[in-house]
Design a protein around this ligand. Sequence first.
Ligand SMILES: Cc1cc2nc3c(=O)[nH]c(=O)nc-3n(C[C@H](O)[C@H](O)[C@H](O)COP(=O)(O)OP(=O)(O)OC[C@H]3O[C@@H](n4cnc5c(N)ncnc54)[C@H](O)[C@@H]3O)c2cc1C
Length: 353
Amino acid sequence: MKIVIIGAGVAGLGIGWRLLQQGASVTILERAQAGSGASWAAAGMLAVTAELEDAAEPERALALRASALWPGFAAELEEASGRAVFLNRDGALLLAGGEAHLSVMRARAEGELRLVDAAGAKALVPLLGDTLGGLWSPREAHVDNRALGEALTIAFLKAGGLLYPNEAAVKIEGRSVLTPYGRYDGDAVLVAAGAWSGLLENIPIVPVKGEVIALAPPVGAALPGPVVWGEHVYCVPRHGRLLVGATMEEAGFDTSVTPSGHDQLRASAEKLMPSLKGWALADHWAGLRPKSPDGLPLLGETATPGLFVAGGQYRNGILFTPAIAAEMADVILGKAPVIPAFDPRRFLGDLHE
Ligand SMILES: Cc1cc2nc3c(=O)[nH]c(=O)nc-3n(C[C@H](O)[C@H](O)[C@H](O)COP(=O)(O)OP(=O)(O)OC[C@H]3O[C@@H](n4cnc5c(N)ncnc54)[C@H](O)[C@@H]3O)c2cc1C
């Protein structure tokens, strides 16, 4: 079976890799460079606790499947690519924003998800200022999402995939994709173009901009061990710097960084850890999260036979990577049914009718 994939983010690369392993022939067309979209801009958290407090059940289940797959997926990918993805499983501390929030957290605390008081929180993260405490989640993890993009690219190529960077899909005609340079015919076409998916087809995905800053500690200062979450902010230790993210804004396809984005992130982080005031700004970037109207992913065939979409992962596309790779490969090969809550046809019923 021949599959043409549009977009070399973690979704397109991951699904492509799994398809190759099952004997399919796969070509990926990438408008820019592999792994350079949201997959590059993300903070890389596998935030099964922090991100899924209010999630719908099918999304929570997808996240838990993905989370369970991550250790094996990372090991297999590192073996196949020869590249580390830096899976870190040091947990996350979710700080309460007030007494009401603490009560919600108290109700969530069960099993390994443990409520900690101020002293317990400071023992976990000595940089914290005044705090009410919060939830300690040892199952939270993170990966270096940029390394993940590179590893997936190498694994995809080593498995025999064809990847054409700097070649944008401009039109889909049946099961063929047209670029400025040629026409690619397949038995199936997969749109995995992230926040840009809706520009190609009538796919209801919009970009939600997020800015992130990276802070460098002064000499002698230690980074927090776990990920730290406050209200509207998270702090992720990564390769000697602290990533602080992320703003949320529907601003079209703009990926510029702004002084107000920086100030907002820095102020929120300093409120949690006052000594960050002395930390230098090391980097500042923005990316576009792919969001569907109901906030759930679109994973499956569209109303056009042979045209599939894998998108709308919104804030959790890195977390979902191993599950989406395996499950979408099976859906495209006709080995597994579409999960109804993620069926793209819930929005695309009248497409091409
Ligand atoms: C600031 C920020 C922080 C985030 N933090 C996290 C996090 O901590 N944890 C988490 O799980 N998720 C996080 N996310 C979300 C996550 O990054 C995304 O859900 C995920 O990367 C989406 O992957 P993708 O492969 O679908 O899209 P992308 O990575 O955006 O890839 C799509 C690719 O398609 C290409 N493309 C677009 N149009 C065309 C075309 N016409 N032809 C060819 N190629 C095309 C693009 O160039 C791009 O490379 C974050 C996102 C942002 C922006």
